[in-house]
Write a protein of this length. Sequence first.
Length: 268
Amino acid sequence: MKFTFRIVGPAALVVLGSTVALLVASGATAKSAPENTKAPVIASQGLITVGSTLQGDRGSWSGKEPISYKYQWARCDNNAKNCKKIDGASDTSYKVVQDDVGHTIVFQVTAKNADGKATANSKPTSIVQSQGGGGGGGGNNPSSNVVDVKDVGPAGDRLVVDKVVFNPSTVTSRSVPIHVAITVKNTKGKLVKGALVFLRSTPVVASIPTDAPTGSDGTVSYNIQPQSDFPIKNGYSVQFFVKAYRQGDPTLAGIAGTRLVQVATHKP
């Protein structure tokens, strides 16, 4: 009896009596280095000034697990070219400094596994402006719309939690941190700098950040981590309590302002 065999790839053919066995050589598994399938992004930017906090998202990657990630922020020229790494800026968030004025910022992600590594960049931000903003018609001074928290209070003036922005706006995963940007004004509509902000989910199903002061743009940003009992359900929302206050004021008095807000959830 005549047999014809065709062997493709690294393998060995062994004939034992009437038994034919095909032995595939070890090490024949194809390598799968990381590949970026969705570019990194810098979340909800708007006007970027000194003191603003940028939040980076690594995007999506394919490749053999486990994959480790490293992050780097870079400062580029106003044409988003000639980028240089910013020393010490190797986290998923970055607070804009004076040296960034007139430049754009890029978020860089490097993914690595046993088979190799790859790097991908976000699109650049808009050009960073100095504190107080980058212009506006009529000769108005942007800083006139900002008041220090120590000057809030006369004639019944109080703090107001003006805006709370969640990113993502709909939470679909417990493993991805939630970026929360909170803007504080007074009752006269001016942005307030130096106001401390407390943030907590109700009930507590996410990490509670340390109270931090608003910047010159009246905004403070937090990254909070959903806990294992954070509910991910369709048509559901998680409620958060926000309080803006002045350090040293009595707990039940002073100029504090509070607000209840919520973020939607959705099961993938």
